[in-house]
Design a protein around this ligand. Structure first.
Ligand code: GUN
Length: 303
């Protein structure tokens, strides 16, 4: 079994990004700028946003952290998005999810200008990804592709089983794995909470991507010998022995599954770190106008 070391990969990619930023700045361009918006003060979301902001500093990006009160209205948040959409000094921004219940997440994601949507959540970017057109790919699936690519894991002709169908991970992951691309060209099965006899599918899988958010859900008896297992789960579980008071658990029973598979990504130290570097890569693409020219942005009110 080979461990897919997300920490090492993330570090390598950060060095590559930092080199590119240096070159950009030396050629007279300004540093890429990411804005992260957090509504409320959920502990886990705060940790993720802090990690995104800290990673920006590590690669030489400018970052701005905007924290808004939990009881902000939907219109106030939409106004904040409008400001960021029209701020030429901002290359990309993210609204950390989940949002408080009184805010319509769909409406919020739709309001983000696709050219600044470095999370890749806007329907325009999801559509581009679906059609294999250039655009922002959401961070976690993008990070998993990078893992498969950098570990030279063959995907062509393989059977990939994705467990979970969230808009952020399961759904895009299933589409990306079947694309006419490398990594890609898999036969994909997507399993979810209504799938009967899940093991029937996972036992046939060459690659399993577990993204359902249930700690230690995937057990050794559900995995074929030699399979590649990618663990996207990251659930906080109380652990008084830790200084933080909690530990992070993946969706995979690592101790037993790791003995059976060819490659496995651990939690922590796996996909989570890749998610953050993918966001940095998308922000770099935004700053370089790789997918959308800045002149394309327009203000609907002024048409
Ligand atoms: N919540 C969980 N994952 C993500 C992510 O990748 N981006 C945002 N904005 N919110 C999240």
């Amino acid at each position: 079994m080979q461990l897919i070391d997300g920490k090492k990969l993330a570090q390598e990619i950060k060095i590559e990004i930092a080199d590119e930023v240096k070159k950009m700045v030396m050629s007279g361009k300004r540093t890429p700028h990411l804005v992260a918006v957090l509504v409320g003060d959920d502990g886990a979301s705060r940790t993720y946003v802090n990690s995104k902001v800290k990673s920006c500093e590590e690669v030489g990006f400018k970052s701005t952290f905007i924290r808004l009160e939990r009881d902000i209205t939907e219109n106030e948040l939409l106004a904040q998005i409008n400001t960021l959409n029209n701020d030429d000094a901002v290359d990309g921004f993210i609204i950390q999810l989940p949002l408080p219940k009184h805010i319509d997440e769909e409406k919020i994601l739709l309001a983000i200008a696709p050219e600044k949507d470095v999370d890749g959540f806007h329907p325009t970017n999801v559509g581009r990804m679906t059609l294999n057109l250039p655009g922002y790919i959401s961070a976690t699936p993008k990070g998993i592709l990078e893992m498969l690519n950098r570990y030279n894991i063959e995907t062509e002709g393989k059977h990939c089983v994705v467990i979970g169908r969230s808009n952020i991970v399961g759904l895009p992951m299933s589409l990306l794995m079947q694309r006419r691309s490398k990594p890609g060209n898999c036969t994909v099965t997507i399993c979810h909470s209504k799938t009967n006899d899940l093991s029937k599918y996972t036992l046939q899988a060459d690659i399993i991507i577990a993204a359902l958010g249930k700690p230690k859900f995937l057990t050794a008896d559900m995995v074929k010998k030699g399979a590649v297992v990618i663990d996207v789960g990251i659930t906080r579980v109380d652990d008084p022995s830790k200084k933080s008071g909690f530990k992070l658990l993946g969706d995979v029973d690592f101790e037993h599954v790791s003995k059976k598979c060819s490659y496995i990504s651990p939690v922590p130290g796996g996909v989570g770190l890749m998610t953050v570097v993918s966001l940095l890569q998308n922000t770099l693409s935004a700053a370089k106008e790789e997918f959308y020219a800045k002149s394309m942005s327009f203000d609907v009110d002024n048409l």
